[in-house]
Ligand binder design. Structure first.
Ligand code: PLP
Length: 378
């Protein structure tokens, strides 16, 4: 149980707008993921026109979401209390659980942060592969936890055996992400499921499934099945990626009710809003839109990987809307020169090297990117 001081720390840290909040926001929300980015972000950056830095869906919002947004505008004067209750019910039905198994957040980042705070307050260790989406661990570290990182395997895939071998007595939570960000790689879901089932007997497992819908429907295996069996597993999903609603901020968790309670008490204020909930509700299960996004993303991604193959770059085999590769050199120089052309991408530190991660935009954007990149390195 967290004591009063811990509570104060949580609420202070998570409250928006306070001086402490500003520092945390800088550190955690727009966190540089490399030394290269620390230098890059400290410069005077103009707004970027070609945004290949945040794994957004260039085709969203869907027509259904747009219609729902227009329709709900008249309700914007009302708090979203009932809308949240209703949406939880919709999600519960969609996932085959009861509403007390669901938490809805302002993006899944909200829930990753709240989970990081809830577990971080207890101290101990959070274990994950590395590099991965760091938000939960960054939050846990702000409190009292230590982040144990396990390198990817030689193909830049999450190394589940290595992660399992690093669980210690005081490991409180194991974070997994399949497909993984920033590497884009996928591990056989049967293997991940066996891992989650086994590990969750001892430690809580957090399964971040932000990019699951980029897989063909028959390959989308969620760990929600384990939640239904009562396992100590937390699943996070988002409307920011395949559904193209990143700017509206909707994500959710599926976990057993005691875990949902433990996490949501660290959520700040009233995290949902009418418009976002209506758009997410209209988008949920829109197979035509997802199919179109998946197909266009795969075409544009192929243009990028063909270019990387031609240039002989090593990259993670991506099942998502981004690709991480070894630029064999000056990542900062490349970021700067791309920025001069109004193209934004990301740079990551891993194994003493600098890596670049490019999100998949439209085919036109990817053509512009590869042309600019080619000119920069020639
Ligand atoms: C793996 C992963 N999880 C969670 C998030 C957070 O997304 P959101 O807060 O928009 O749901 C991201 C964002 O890029 C991500 O890559």
């Amino acid at each position: 149980m967290a004591n009063r001081r811990d509570w104060l720390r949580t609420s202070l840290a998570l409250a928006a707008g306070l001086p402490l909040g500003t520092t945390l926001a800088e550190r955690l929300m727009a966190a540089p993921v490399s030394e290269t980015e620390k230098i890059f972000f400290s410069g005077n950056l103009p707004p970027m026109k070609i945004r290949l830095a945040s794994n957004e869906n260039p085709y969203g919002p869907s027509d259904k979401a747009r219609a729902a947004i227009t329709q709900i505008i008249t309700e914007a004067n009302r708090y979203p209390f009932q809308a949240t209750v209703d949406f939880k019910q919709v999600l519960a039905t969609h996932e085959g659980v009861t509403p007390d198994h669901i938490a809805v957040g302002s993006g899944s980042a909200d829930l990753l942060s709240a989970t990081g705070a809830a577990f971080g307050l207890e101290g101990g260790r959070i274990l994950s592969g590395f590099p991965t989406f760091p938000m939960l661990m960054n939050y846990a570290e702000v409190f009292k936890a230590t982040w144990d990182k396990v390198d990817m395997d030689e193909n830049l895939a999450y190394d589940y055996e290595a992660v399992a071998s690093r669980i210690k007595d005081d490991t409180r939570l194991v974070f997994v992400c399949n497909p993984n960000n920033p590497t884009g790689t996928l591990v056989d879901p049967a293997k991940v499921k066996a891992f989650c089932e086994e590990v969750s007997k001892k430690v809580t497992v957090f399964s971040d499934e932000a990019y699951l819908e980029f897989l063909e429907p028959s390959k989308q295996v969620s760990m929600v099945d384990l939640v239904k069996k009562g396992a100590n597993v937390i699943v996070s999903r988002t409307f920011s990626k395949i559904y193209g609603l990143a700017g509206l901020r909707v994500g959710y968790l599926v976990a057993k009710p005691e875990l949902i309670k433990k996490i949501t008490r660290n959520q700040p204020g009233i995290p949902n809003n009418q418009i976002a909930l209506a758009a997410a509700r209209a988008s949920l299960g829109d197979t035509a839109f997802m199919e179109m996004s998946r197909k266009k993303n795969a075409e544009a991604r192929k243009h990028l990987t063909d270019f990387l193959d031609k240039k002989g770059y090593f990259y993670g085999k991506s099942h998502t809307n981004f690709v991480m590769f070894d630029p064999k050199g000056d990542a900062l120089g490349i970021l700067n020169k791309l920025a001069e052309r109004s193209i934004a991408i990301r740079a990551w530190d891993y194994k003493g090297m600098q890596w670049l991660r490019v999100s998949i935009g439209t085919s036109d954007e990817m053509r512009l990117f590869t042309k600019a990149y080619d000119e920069i390195i020639s």
